[in-house]
Design a protein around this ligand. Structure first.
Ligand code: KG4
Ligand code: ZN
Length: 348
């Protein structure tokens, strides 16, 4: 079965073609990726300091067809070879989601093939199965994106138990907001992480919110506020020496990353401990973060569990994860596929 995947929940237009044959015959899942196209709108939104929903929707419309052509060419396939269309149903920006949904359903109507709506986070959650070392079910998943921070117990495809989640900002959101406070461009997660590498540990001992809350929930808005307070105190000193300012930013970035990683690490360790799982999966945009990866790898070595990541290019939003999750869902529950019809995006 060849599944077309469409991702348009936020500021990336992703299109991909996935062949289920390798997966069905027990070969590495990544062999099923036949073609893909991805366009990031980051440069377009940067001037506004965040995603502008109307601009995002318009750009998805502009990009989706050329990206489909690109994917078909890479896969050496024709439209008629596609057996089903998977699209991101939510969560995300309503207008952006509608572009993907309308496109998927119109195409499926024309081709007389089924569509399947995919939960964006399920796409992230299953993407480590496309990596070089696939996790075994059941596993614990730490989902850390710009919109979500969740710990899940993944019993099987489609069987997910939410262990805990953020009560306010998502980890990626905390990265982006803190990056902005330190003068970095949107989305600043990766740049903040690089800046932290240059900083000294220990200068700023920032709060580690809910570290000992006894549950699997997170809170990051206080951490961001702690950074803001430090910035205000520093600005009040009117220091103009460029080296000193740069060092301050790097040290504060370091303090932020260390605090955030400490909380994500401890809660993930606890989830592994409590569920008895052997495998931990890290997914979502923040899964690209080096410091978090290093901390989880060191812990896994110490405590005897293994950590699995999506290939780095599949950490942030993309069409492959939607095609893949849709394909697995269709294989698992044949009747999960819905015929083209109503508009049913789920922004929340
Ligand atoms: O999963 P994603 O592409 O979109 C959402 O579904 O939200 O995640 C984007 C988020 C952004 O907040 C971005 O700053 C963050 O992932 N991010 C990172 C890194 N790369 C991307 N955060 C920390 N370190 C990184 N290397
Ligand atoms: Zn995402």
């Amino acid at each position: 079965m060849i599944v077309l995947g469409i991702e348009s929940s936020c500021d990336e237009t992703g299109v991909a073609l996935y062949n289920t044959a390798p997966w069905e015959s027990g070969q590495p899942a990544s062999l099923g990726i036949l073609g893909q196209g991805l366009h990031s709108q980051v440069a377009m939104h940067r001037d506004y300091g965040g995603v502008v929903p109307e601009l995002a929707s318009r750009d998805h419309i502009r990009r989706v067809l050329p990206l489909l052509d690109q994917s078909l060419t890479e896969a050496s396939l024709k439209l008629g070879d596609i057996d089903a269309v998977a699209y991101t149903q939510g969560p995300g920006l309503a207008g952006a989601l509608l572009v993907g949904s309308a496109f998927a359903k119109s195409l499926a109507q024309g081709l007389k093939i089924p569509t399947i709506g995919v939960h964006h986070l399920e796409g992230h959650l299953l993407s480590p199965l496309l990596g070089p070392s696939a996790p075994q079910f059941p596993f614990v998943a730490l989902l850390v994106s710009g919109g979500h921070t969740q710990l899940m117990l993944v019993k099987d495809i489609g069987q997910y138990e939410l262990l805990g989640e953020t009560v306010d900002d998502a980890a990626g959101e905390a990265f982006d907001k803190t990056a902005k406070l330190l003068g970095l461009d949107y989305p600043g997660g990766a740049a903040l992480s690089a800046l932290a590498e240059k900083g000294q540990t220990g200068r700023f001992d920032l709060p580690r919110p809910m570290l000992h809350s006894g549950d699997f929930d997170f809170s990051f808005s206080g951490l961001k506020t702690a950074v803001l307070n430090q910035v205000k105190q520093f600005e009040a000193k009117h220091i103009t020496n460029a080296d000193e300012v740069a060092q301050f930013h790097a040290d504060l970035a370091r303090g932020f990353v260390e605090a955030l990683v400490a909380v994500l690490l401890r809660k993930s360790e606890k989830a592994i401990e409590q569920t008895g799982c052997q495998d931990l999966v890290l997914a979502g945009g923040v899964a690209a973060n080096k410091q978090l990866r290093n901390a989880l790898n060191a812990s896994a070595l110490k405590h005897g569990f293994s950590v699995h990541y999506p290939p780095i290019a599949l950490c942030t939003d993309n069409g492959v994860m939607i095609a893949f999750a849709g394909a697995l869902r269709m294989l698992q529950e044949n009747n999960a596929a819905t015929q083209s019809g109503s508009f049913d995006v789920k922004p929340r």
